[in-house]
Design a protein around this ligand. Sequence first.
Ligand code: AMP
Length: 422
Amino acid sequence: MAKPSFSTPLGMVDILPDETPTWRALEQIIHEEAAKFNFQEIRTPILEPTELIKRGVGQLTDIVTKEIFAFKKGDTHYVLRPELTAPVVRSFVQHHLDQRGGVQKLYYIGPMFRAERPQKGRQRQFHQFGLEVVGSADPVADIETIAFMMRIYERIGIENFTLKLNSVGDPESRERYKNVLKEFLEPHRAQLSELSQQRLDKNPMRILDSKEPEDQEFITKAPIIQDYLNEESSLHFEQVKNGLNTLGISYILDPYLVRGMDYYTRTAFELSSPDLGSQDALAGGGRYDLLVEEIGGKPTPAVGFAAGMERLLIACEELNISLTDPTKLDVYVVSLGNAARQWALGCLPTLRAHGLSASMDYSGRSMKAQMKEANRELARFTLIVGEQELQDEQFVLRDMEQSTEIKKDLSALLRIIYQSFK
Ligand code: AMP
């Protein structure tokens, strides 16, 4: 019978032991910076009701029409979450988080799922970190959201990027603009891509997002939304730009930036990196003042962003940025013979109780093999015990950096070890 052979599902990867330290370092940076901004973490389930994602992300978006992993259990339809804005807003509404008072400044880190065609920087299970500021219409919320996003890349040392900024207006401005855009595109309907033809009836602004070659000519000639913003949206946009200027965050204005989700209002932004190849979007976000109500809450303004963690790590690789130091083992206890192995085993908790990492051989190997392993694990010290050492109650401590050895009783050696880690 052939041996069974299994591998990860298409577009999904294992994060292997050599990679997890980098992931944890990145997560740590996000937690630390979030704390400095006084944001609080939120964790929601991997599964969400299909209807929430349809409503929250938008019926016509690529995510909903093509990319959700969906299944039914009993009478309930579920999806693997493709993003976290709608779920966070669901949680905000479900738990009446507005009653905690003030503005909810929530951040998250976790896996998302989209059934896209996998390629470098595009997976079917990938990770995002992001932020949702719920309950503030103030431009300061937009500015702080962008500032937090930028801070993460700045701290890591990724500086080669472009921040694109746009305002997609409020409902009144959008309605005006949609009509103008539709009027402009209608005479060219037959020349537009099939998808854009559908969008022309349902959501003409999404046509600006199209990558289809046949649409480009019309997109570049189309009227731009800035000319149709009402006074309030225009003022809001000015204040966001001024705030970014004050913080020294540079951006370029992109009137065609509409973003993939339907829920955006006013501010929209995207961060891209030339170091990433074809999947060059690092992060994106914007204001979504209509979403909370759409999901069943009271009208509540909000703004947020989501950033791809795999792409951030690809950029780090391209730029030779390492987020970790090689992990070092503090003490490896080398033992020979059964009694010495028992002694070594008993020694580990003592070392660990002092906050040190400590390990020993798990396979009954020779002394030489154990020393080799200690080297591979970059052990700072080896503590060596055999029959003779047990009898004499004198053990050998080898300083692996200095290549020196001393023989003393255990408490003397422990003092030396603890001293050197102070
Ligand atoms: P979005 O939620 O589509 O605005 O995506 C936000 C960020 O998540 C993007 O800028 C990417 O960095 C990342 N991202 C989105 N889709 C994927 C994917 N399929 N694989 C890896 N990263 C992704």
